[in-house]
Design a protein around this ligand. Structure first.
Ligand SMILES: CC(C)(COP(=O)(O)OP(=O)(O)OC[C@H]1O[C@@H](n2cnc3c(N)ncnc32)[C@H](O)[C@@H]1OP(=O)(O)O)[C@@H](O)C(=O)NCCC(=O)NCCS
Length: 182
């Protein structure tokens, strides 16, 4: 993709991240509640947020990742992000990941954004399978995925080495044929 695709939902617009969003990301990624089940140490400096954004940007340029910043319609402040990573062109599959600043949790925001991102992934990017790997104890992420039609396939034992220890990952997926017929 040459041009970064902006997406729109009823309440939100999803746009390209820039380094100007570093403070917003640092604000929530410096909160232990946000990183508890996330493959990331709680941030201690804004420079780390800059690195995250630069890394997503680099991987976007290499056709490996796309990460949108989520903004309320009419506002430019990023309240969370969502996107695809670990693309496989050969197998036409990808993983989805997301996070939201805590003051916005449980208002249906990520469900609204994930539905649109799934549509974009299946219809515009042509993925056949969209996966999510989550901590089995991450209830909010599990409920979100189930609400958006992803099904748990199993538990990958000691799958990730996070924060100094091996942890299990629950694997969820949704297939294009399920999406098209739903
Ligand atoms: C996971 C996360 C993105 C969910 O976003 P959200 O906008 O709060 O989710 P929604 O409001 O769209 O909720 C989706 C569904 O999950 C349910 N849900 C969300 N959090 C829940 C919780 N803590 N307990 C029980 N149900 C929960 C909602 O009720 C809703 O279901 P319903 O419509 O049937 O009631 C958010 O909690 C978050 O950013 N967590 C920290 C980062 C993280 O863990 N990211 C994922 C790493 S894999």
């Amino acid at each position: 993709m040459n041009v970064f695709p902006e997406l729109n939902t009823e309440r939100f617009w999803l746009r390209r991240l820039t380094l100007n969003d570093s403070a917003a990301l640092f604000d929530y990624f410096s909160n232990d509640d946000v990183t508890r089940y996330y493959d990331l140490e709680t941030l201690t400096s804004i420079e780390q947020a800059r690195q995250i954004i630069m890394n997503w940007q680099l991987r976007w340029e290499q056709d490996e990742t796309i990460r949108w910043g989520i903004c309320v319609n009419g506002h430019n402040t990023v309240i969370g992000t969502i996107g695809f990573h670990n693309w496989s062109a050969l197998h036409q599959r990808t993983e989805v990941g997301y996070e939201l600043a805590p003051q916005y949790w449980r208002q249906g925001i990520m469900s609204e954004c994930l539905q649109e991102v799934l549509r974009f992934g299946f219809v515009e990017m042509g993925f056949n399978r969209i996966e999510a790997l989550i901590d089995p104890d991450n209830v909010s992420s599990r409920k979100l995925l189930e609400k958006c039609g992803l099904k748990q396939e199993g538990l990958l034992r000691d799958y990730l080495f996070e924060k100094g220890k091996f942890v299990d990952a629950a694997i969820f997926s949704r297939l294009k044929k399920e999406y098209i017929t739903s």
